[in-house]
Design a protein around this ligand. Structure first.
Ligand code: ARG
Length: 280
C-alpha cells in the first residue's frame, strides 16, 4: 500500500464553486423515479439539517457554496444538479422531462443571468448535471452524457454545439439509476467511478476503453448512492451509507468524506444531486 499512500499524498485538492438549494419545500408529493413513494412521510426539518451538514462539509473543505432560494410548489428543487450544466463560463440550461419540475429551469436561469454567466436555453430535454459529467483533463475537456430515462439523445449533440466539447453518449438501462449521476461520477480531472451494470453493453465497452483505471462500483455501492458524489480531486464527498464505496475510493488513493443524507434519498437523490458545480 506504500504506492497508494504516496499517490494520496500527491493528490492536490482544487477549490470548487457550487450552487445548492435548501430543502425548505422538500416533499415526496409525486413519484417520477423508483425511489419516490408519496405514501411514506418525509421529515423536512431532518432533510434541512442533513443538507446543512453537506453544505458545511463543502465549506470546511475550502469550497464556495452559493445558495439558490427554494420556491413554493417545487419540492424537488433541492436537487440543484438538475438545473443546468456549465463549462468554461457557458451554461446550458435544463429542460425538465416531467411537468412537476419544469419551473425549476427558470429559477436557475434567473440565478445565472443575475451573476453574469453566458446562459443558453435548451431546445431538447436535458436534466443538467444529473445526466452530464465533465472531465476537464480528458482530451482537453470531455463531457459524458447519459440517456434512457430523462435526458434525450438530441440534447447530447446540443451540449456539444453549445459547449464546444466532445460529448460521449452513454445509455442507462436500469430504472433505479435513472440519471447518469446515480451510476457514474468524475473523481478526478480525468478519471471516473461507475457501476457497469447500469449501462448498456455498448456503453460499458466505451467506458472500459476510455477509462481503464476507473474505480468500479458494485450493486450495493450503487444502491447506497455511492456514485452520487462530488470530488475536488482529493476529497470525495459521498453518502455515509456507501461505506463500501468509500473503502474503494480510499484504496484508489482518494480521501472519502461521508455525510448522512438519508432523508433526501426518499426523493431519489443524494450528495451530487444536491450540488451543481459552477465552472467559470
Ligand atoms: N426526485 C428527483 C427527480 O426524480 C430527484 C432528482 C435527483 N437528481 C439527480 N441529479 N440525480 O427528478
Amino acid at each position: 500500500m506504500i504506492e497508494t499512500e504516496s499517490l494520496r499524498d500527491l493528490r492536490v485538492s482544487r477549490t470548487r464553486e457550487y450552487l445548492m438549494c435548501p430543502p425548505e419545500r422538500f416533499a415526496v408529493a409525486y413519484s417520477i423515479n423508483p425511489w419516490m413513494d408519496p405514501g411514506s412521510p418525509v421529515d423536512t426539518d431532518l432533510a434541512l439539517a442533513q443538507w446543512a451538514g453537506l453544505r458545511d462539509t463543502l465549506i470546511q473543505l475550502g469550497h464556495t457554496v452559493h445558495v439558490l432560494e427554494a420556491q413554493p410548489d417545487l419540492p424537488d428543487m433541492v436537487f440543484a444538479a438538475n438545473g443546468a450544466f456549465s463549462v468554461d463560463g457557458t451554461v446550458l440550461g435544463a429542460r425538465f422531462r416531467y411537468p412537476q419540475r419544469t419551473a425549476e429551469a427558470g429559477a436557475h436561469e434567473r440565478w445565472y443571468a443575475a451573476t453574469g454567466w453566458r446562459y443558453v436555453p435548451a431546445n431538447h430535454v436535458n436534466e443538467g448535471e444529473g445526466d452530464f459529467a465533465y472531465l476537464p483533463g480528458a482530451h482537453g475537456g470531455l463531457v459524458l452524457a447519459g440517456y434512457g430515462y430523462r435526458t434525450e439523445p438530441p440534447a447530447h449533440a446540443e451540449a456539444q454545439e453549445v459547449l464546444g466539447r466532445p460529448v460521449v453518449s452513454l445509455r442507462l438501462i436500469d430504472p433505479r439509476f435513472y440519471h447518469l449521476d446515480t451510476a457514474l461520477a468524475a473523481i478526478s480531472d480525468d478519471n471516473i467511478a461507475y457501476y457497469p451494470s447500469a449501462f448498456s453493453l455498448g456503453s460499458r465497452q466505451v467506458l472500459a476503453q476510455m477509462f481503464p483505471d476507473a474505480v468500479l462500483a458494485d450493486e450495493t455501492d450503487a444502491l447506497a448512492f455511492g456514485l452520487n458524489l462530488v470530488s475536488d480531486n482529493r476529497h470525495v464527498v459521498l453518502p455515509a451509507e456507501a461505506a463500501g464505496m468509500a473503502a474503494k475510493l480510499w484504496d484508489a488513493g482518494y480521501v472519502p468524506v461521508t455525510v448522512d443524507l438519508g432523508e433526501l434519498k426518499k426523493g431519489g437523490g443524494s450528495v451530487k444531486c444536491c450540488i451543481a458545480e459552477l465552472r467559470a
